[in-house]
Design a protein around this ligand. Sequence first.
Ligand code: SF4
Length: 211
Amino acid sequence: MEYIFINPVVANMYVKEELDALLLNNGYTRIEVENDWHKIVKEKYTEALKLAGKPLLDRRCPLAIDTASKYVNKEEAIIPEIDPILIHCGIEIANREDLKGKKKVITTPCESLASYGNKKKLKDTVFISWKDFLKALNSQEKIQAKSLEASPIPPGYFNGLEAKITSISGEEAIKEHFENKLYKGSDLTEMLYCKNGCNNGDGVLLINEKK
Ligand code: SF4
């Protein structure tokens, strides 16, 4: 038996009971995190904003960071050492005493988060996009997936923080924002590579069959 964490995007695409049964029939027990990483990561950004002294960039999306990094003058902006929310979830699960020695799978909505997570080399823990996980599972049993119109964590994650925040999504918007140095006008730039968020990630798109 292996243990599997289903990210919120994928979780929202299925009826929970059907997905849990499919996983169990294929040797996976679904697990959840115990900490509220959505809240904790936001608190980390709040602290980073207090110390920054220059524009801060959202580091939750690896592809957004890769895109922005080509244009950013590192003297003029800060990319904080704060892992994406899903990576925090993976680290918690990898370190859980009750799962010590057991194999753990952390599903991601995109290849880039899987790659980011695997670079951490967490013990007995593998990050894999949902699309690749399903391919490897190659189950004869099929369940219905629904197309998601919105991400469970849509743009606007930082709303409410006391800072001037700009929110952008999509590759072109990110390029334009950074080519034109617009990040200099904000305390924090929220950025997601996939238009409108992770429901359009390359690790779930085929299942969503859209865009
Ligand atoms: S799914 Fe898209 S927006 Fe979400 S982290 Fe991955 S690349 Fe970024």
